[in-house]
Design a binder for this molecule. Structure first.
Ligand SMILES: NC(=O)c1ccc[n+]([C@@H]2O[C@H](COP(=O)([O-])OP(=O)(O)OC[C@H]3O[C@@H](n4cnc5c(N)ncnc54)[C@H](O)[C@@H]3O)[C@@H](O)[C@H]2O)c1
Length: 318
């Protein structure tokens, strides 16, 4: 389908999506309600592209930037678009209002994906014009380094819109995961939620320090998780595969599950305790620098994975 990509909401995530689409050769039109964000947008993108260039993850930052146009109105960005990626604030009322404004501006066949981290699309698209072309396309931050995107249709989303979104995401180098029907938190944040629940509970009960709980992932589980998921992990971790693993360790996991009844919110005291410890390891004014460090580590990892994937493909071709 012809037409450009529209980015609505140009904060952290909207900026990331802009790079995903422009890097893949798409013309991108961007709109944000805040004039200050619009004015500074191209500088922000340029800095991120220069970092990507440093890791050989893009060829020509200037060429990519030239595909990006910042618009002063929602209509200028959305009209004529084939796909709209909405990334405004994570509040149902704000999502409702922007979806209602986008709906009537859509060209025939255009699809709208929301970046929402966990609100089902049906909570904010039920009443909008062309609601059958709205769905969720939930990225991980920053989407130009972490390719997974959860595609989640609302009950009224047309099958064609889902297919278009999946095809487009693949075409721009993302890895779509189809969530067949709506569930709060989708897949990614539900998996993360289970891990976080254990992390908070284990810390609260004094089983280990924050650093050691974090290290269990960064120096342990996470190393495998950068190239395989939980099912493949357990399939490889018993001589007879997943069924053998289940026979050996199923009872342990059942016992762990049974030990965790009674869901409760993270308490204010516990949050304050974790915050105090984290701020001792990393002062508040060092957070931004550490985020940049994380993004650079992710860039190095993305470059490594891309080289490994090419080597793997070459091996298979010979
Ligand atoms: N930050 C993350 O790690 C992350 C990851 C995945 C998904 N998301 C989701 O992406 C969305 C955006 O999050 P973010 O972190 O980029 O937030 P952000 O605050 O950085 O950006 C939101 C932008 O939306 C703009 N905006 C607000 N109302 C608008 C409107 N009516 N029209 C146009 N622009 C408007 C704001 O001016 C702001 O620039 C949220 O739904 C969030 O849950 C965030």
């Amino acid at each position: 389908m012809a037409g450009h990509i529209a980015i609505v909401g140009a904060g952290l995530v909207g900026g990331g999506w802009t790079i995903v689409f422009a890097r893949a050769g798409k013309a991108v039109r961007v709109y944000d309600a805040a004039p200050a964000i619009r004015n500074g947008f191209l500088d922000v993108i340029k800095r991120q592209l220069d970092d990507l260039k440093h890791y050989d993850l893009v060829d020509d930052p200037a060429e990519i930037l030239a595909r990006v146009m910042v618009c002063d109105s929602l209509a200028d960005a959305v009209q004529g678009a084939r796909f709209v990626q909405e990334s405004v604030l994570e509040e149902v009322a704000v999502k409702q209002e922007i979806s209602a404004a986008i709906g009537p501006l859509l060209d025939a066949g255009a699809v709208v994906g929301s970046s929402t981290s966990g609100i089902p699309g049906s909570a904010f698209t039920e009443e909008v014009a062309n609601r059958e072309r709205f769905l969720v396309t939930h990225p991980v931050n920053p989407p130009y380094l972490v390719p997974v995107v959860e595609v989640v249709p609302a009950p009224w989303t047309a099958g064609e819109a889902v297919e278009d979104a999946v095809v487009l995401m693949k075409a721009v180098g993302q890895s779509p995961v189809l969530v067949r029907r709506e569930i709060e938190g989708f897949i990614l944040n539900r998996l993360q939620g289970v891990l976080l629940r254990e992390a908070w509970d284990l810390y609260e009960a004094g089983y280990a320090s924050i650093q050691d709980i974090d290290k269990t992932v960064s120096e342990g589980l996470g190393l495998r998780w950068s190239f395989m998921g939980p099912f493949e992990t357990i399939d490889l971790n018993a001589p007879g595969g997943v069924a053998d693993y289940a026979a050996r360790l199923g009872p342990l996991y059942h016992a762990i599950q049974k030990s965790r009844t009674g869901p409760k919110p993270w308490s204010d005291d516990l949050i304050a305790q974790v915050d105090a410890e984290r701020r001792q390891s990393l002062a508040m004014d060092e957070l931004a620098g550490r985020r940049n460090w994380r993004d650079r580590r992710l860039m190095a990892l993305a470059a490594h994975k891309s080289a490994q994937n090419s080597a793997h493909t070459a091996e298979q071709d010979t």
